[in-house]
Design a protein around this ligand. Sequence first.
Ligand code: KIV
Length: 278
Amino acid sequence: MITCYDYSSARAVADSNIDCILVGDSLAMTMHGYSNTLSATTAMMALHTAAVAKGAPGKFIIGDLPFLSYRKGLKEAMDAVHELMSAGANAVKLEGVRGHADIVRHIVDSGVPVMGHLGLTPQSVHGLGGMKVQARTNAAVKVLTSEARELEDAGCFALVLECVPRQGARRVTDLLRIPTIGIGAGTHVSGQVLVYQDVLGLNPGFKPKFLRVYANTFEVITTALNAYDGDVKSGAFPSESESYSDLESTNGKGAKRTEHAGKNGRASRITLASDMNH
Ligand code: KIV
């Protein structure tokens, strides 16, 4: 699984072998520049989910329920679920279980698959005292396994385990029948998830222990932008072949454009689109 938040990135994921997409509330940070996920709203999540669904219609898309959206009561939770599912999600994800197992059950009973999320739950960053590795003691692993079981019993189809030592992740994975998806949880899980920007090196300076960066895209982009800037300033771009020529000298193409011209003399969008290559 990989996170994804926008249409053009979703097209790239759609072309990959990755099984499913999480439109995570981490978009508050990666796409909107906030310092944590608490600023994500249901409206933001729905907008990004809709864009991803258009770019990757064939992938299984999980929409993240944002901060407090499932803690204000059943109606509010179901309204948020409704928005994400209407935007194109195939399932929703929520963090923790204490105090909202009934809501998880209700969402599942409504026909909406729910993914759980335990370990480091970023929506509780202030309660946890920061973004820290969780379940480092036997007692904490006991709580983790019991909460994992509770989520499975409530009907979750899968469980994200974030930033927990691999021994604890293994214990949870061995205990459950549903798959576990790890991020910073070692290898003894059923699958992995990483953030798109992190995998592609778009978040320079972010180097947690669990991350493997697969491309230096930030550098690729700045190099390309500087090449473009240099070409414009030196006059090397655009060249003649990258410029349109006069209508009369286009070998009939200009005439075609006139044929398709609308009432007000402007070419139709379709004609323009096909003309744009010549
Ligand atoms: O919001 C998110 O991106 C997530 C993943 C890190 C699991 O919850």
